[in-house]
Every structure is written in structure tokens, then in C-alpha cells.
Design a protein around this ligand. Structure first.
Ligand SMILES: [Zn+2]
Length: 154
């Protein structure tokens, strides 16, 4: 883990916490450019937008592509996200050609970067981002647990 990655995860956790304000599951994502600087960031906005694909990772990858300067390719970039990506977001990071995916908590119910599936390291695909898991995982898991507990009215 580089200092850039740790700081980016800190920012992703802030974004995750903000998502709760509009009723979305607390998940945040940051895309770092090849130089380690933040290219784009986003929180989960599925409820806010009424859009099933408005996951933090997809929104951050789209925003990053707009500023990266190489069209849709995010070569050299790192996706940092508080929760293990789902199948859609793992697929999106492969399609975006990011070099690395860094995530916090594992998602045993829907994770596609090592838990239920391993889309990002599937040898049948022509691009495989490097994966770093478990970065500040406890902070992410704590946010999620508190959110779901509140949803259940406990
Ligand atoms: Zn997703």
C-alpha cells in the first residue's frame, strides 16, 4: 500500500459516509491517475438517481475517463473503493483497463474481486487489474453495519 492509496481510501470513506445522507448504502470510490493524484471520485448514488447502475465505482470511472485524456482507457490508473466491487463494477474496471483495484471490506454476498467471483483476475479476459484487498476494511465494514442496522430500525 502506498501513502497515496491510504489517503485515497480515507477520501473514499468520507464519500461513503456522505452517501448515507441521501439514503444510499455507504460506498465511496476514488480513481487515482498514473501519478497518484486524484482524477475523480464518487459515492454510491443508486437511490439518489434512481439508477441501478449508479454504483460509486461506475460513476468514478466515468468521471475519470472524462479527465484522463486517453478516451475511455484508464491505463495506469488505480480504482480505490471502500467495498469489494460487484460483478458490474469489477467488469467495468476490466473494461476501463485500470492497472489496479484497491478495496476495503470484502463482500461475501456480492463481491466479484475474490469473494463470490473473481472477475478482475479471470484469465479468460484480456485485461487483469492487480488487486489489493482489505485496506482500511474495518472502517468500511463499520459504516456498512451501522447503515444496515439503522435501516432495520434497530
Ligand atoms: Zn457495483
Amino acid at each position: 500500500m502506498t501513502p497515496d492509496t491510504d489517503a485515497a481510501m480515507g477520501r473514499a470513506l468520507e464519500l461513503a459516509a456522505a452517501a448515507q445522507e441521501w439514503g444510499d448504502t455507504p460506498i465511496g470510490a476514488v480513481v487515482l491517475g498514473p501519478d497518484g493524484a486524484v482524477l475523480a471520485e464518487a459515492a454510491n448514488e443508486r437511490e439518489k438517481r434512481g439508477d441501478p447502475t449508479a454504483h460509486a465505482e461506475v460513476l468514478a470511472l466515468r468521471a475519470a475517463a472524462r479527465v484522463h485524456g486517453d478516451g475511455w482507457r484508464l491505463t495506469g490508473c488505480t480504482l480505490v473503493v471502500t467495498l469489494e466491487p460487484c460483478t458490474m463494477c469489477a467488469g467495468a474496471s476490466v473494461l476501463a483497463r485500470v492497472d489496479r483495484v484497491v478495496y476495503g471490506a470484502e463482500d461475501p454476498k456480492a463481491g466479484a474481486a475474490g469473494s463470490l467471483w473473481d472477475v478482475v483476475r479471470d484469465r479468460r479476459l484480456n485485461h487483469r487489474p492487480e488487486v489489493t484487498a482489505g485496506i482500511r476494511a474495518e472502517e468500511s465494514a463499520t459504516l456498512l453495519r451501522a447503515f444496515f442496522r439503522a435501516q432495520r430500525g434497530l
